[in-house]
Ligand binder design. Structure first.
Ligand SMILES: Nc1ncnc2c1ncn2[C@@H]1O[C@H](COP(=O)(O)OP(=O)(O)OP(=O)(O)O)[C@@H](O)[C@H]1O
Ligand SMILES: [Mg+2]
Length: 239
């Protein structure tokens, strides 16, 4: 899957922006740790005694924990970026979308259950053969399942539908979660847009990139407070 020079330029700009915060947090905390340790060292040498230096060490350790957390974050940002710009070619083979979806439902059901998410399915009863990279498509579907689950933190219903419309296989994944405000809706496919504290904001852009590499389309429909529905359309293989 190719990424143009222009897009790469934009992406690296955004990457730089993403790593700025964790980097400056690491820098500040390292400085604080040094100050704490210096103070603890002179406390130990002077009259103040062990009590003061012990406190200093405790505070320094807390800051080291913050530094560790920010480092993990940096690692995740980098891994996500590399995965996003991944140029590996799609391995296109005949894939039965009906089969793939029922596999994905079996695979995901235990996790859904443990999050009080009830799965309902309306699956097309014949095969839907597309030229596709099975692993990549599974990644897309799993991303949509997890987004839906995250939008239904108190549980809810996940409706999974497949259908055939003319020469296209249709996959629809709908949830009864929080929904997305109309002003946020145009942003959700943007790289690094995330409303979640721990979100990388790469899930949907990656999904769209993969679907478009299959000459397909992905669209969204959402109503705040009611839920969200993602629809993927993929060309059915020519007979
Ligand atoms: N089913 C959904 N219901 C409500 N909001 C959603 C749904 N799917 C996506 N969103 C919104 O779109 C944003 C972007 O989604 P995306 O999958 O790209 O990133 P993320 O889930 O925040 O992070 P990541 O997937 O990297 O963990 C989410 O943060 C959320 O605000
Ligand atoms: Mg996501």
């Amino acid at each position: 899957m190719k990424i143009g020079v222009e897009e790469l330029g934009r992406l690296t700009g955004e990457l730089a922006h993403e790593i700025k915060n964790p980097l400056s947090s690491i820098k500040i905390n390292l400085k604080l740790v040094r100050e704490e340790l210096e103070a603890a060292k002179s406390a130990q040498a002077g009259q103040a005694g062990r009590g003061q230096s012990g406190l200093g060490f405790t505070r320094a350790l807390r800051k080291i924990a913050v530094i560790e957390k920010e480092t993990v974050r940096l690692e995740q940002i980098l891994e996500g970026f590399l995965r996003y710009i991944d140029r590996t070619e799609l391995q296109l083979v005949d894939v039965d979308i009906s089969l793939l979806m029922s596999d994905m439902i079996d695979f995901y059901s235990p996790l859904a259950g443990s999050h009080s998410v009830i799965i309902r399915q309306q699956l097309y009863d014949k095969s839907l053969i597309c030229k596709a990279d099975e692993g990549m498509l599974k990644q897309v579907i799993l991303n949509l399942f997890i987004n839906a689950q995250q939008a239904m933190s108190d549980g809810g219903e996940l409706l999974i539908r497949t259908a055939r419309e003319k020469r296209e296989a249709v996959i629809q994944i709908s949830d009864t979660g929080s929904g997305i405000a109309p002003d946020k809706l145009p942003k959700i496919f943007d790289v690094y847009y995330s409303s979640r504290l721990q979100g990388s904001g790469l899930g949907l852009p990656t999904a769209r990139k993969i679907v478009e590499a299959h000459k397909g389309r992905i669209s969204v429909d959402s109503e705040p407070g009611k839920g969200t529905s993602f629809t993927i359309k993929l060309p059915i293989r020519k007979p």
